[in-house]
Design a protein around this ligand. Sequence first.
Ligand SMILES: [Zn+2]
Length: 233
Amino acid sequence: MKLLVTSLVLALTIASAQAMPNTKRTLTFDANVEAPLKTQMLSDLAFLGSVKSTKTSPLHLKVFGQVDGAVYADWFGSRIYSIGKNDCGSANAVACVIPYINSNKMWVTKNYTQFDHPQVARVSVTYHEARHSETQNGNWSHATCPTPFKDANGNDMKSIWTGALLQGQPACDVTAFGSYGSATILLKNIAMNCSNCNSKVKADADIFGNDQINRIIDANSKAAMKADFGMRK
Ligand SMILES: [Zn+2]
């Protein structure tokens, strides 16, 4: 009899968990994710989960909702359920989602760990990857960067993360709503609107946001983003 009650309780627990798929899911880490990396990622996510603001740009409202830690935590938690390590098929990759394996799993490469980039930049990478989890949007696959691909000063565009040349790489987007666009919208809103971030965090967010917007290669999409951020054309 006692056994029967235990199985019934278990069955009820499973049914209620299935009824609420996105609530308070625990992020899991593969066994080969080193403890310091796991701690760092959890602390990065906790930082974004603590953000406060009274202002949000229109594009941010469309992609994420309000600039608010709880909104960010829900957004990320309903997209990425687990973290693993992978080379992501390229020496230049920093992180990836591999939809044919699992659209809700984010993988990080050695490039994620071997550079000492600011916390807000790291967390923007995890949000970039979370956008790739959206199977209903074709996982927001990237566009190929032009060849040549030059900045406003005529220099070759390079990854701010690894220094890799971007021309001809699948490392650009046409839309403002893909992974590069949404991570840029996140960074610029932290820079502009976070009310409890210190000046270093806001400056870092601005530097990385101003870099990532250049991955948007459609002039109209880029202009719409600049207008959203109050940037000069
Ligand atoms: Zn991507």
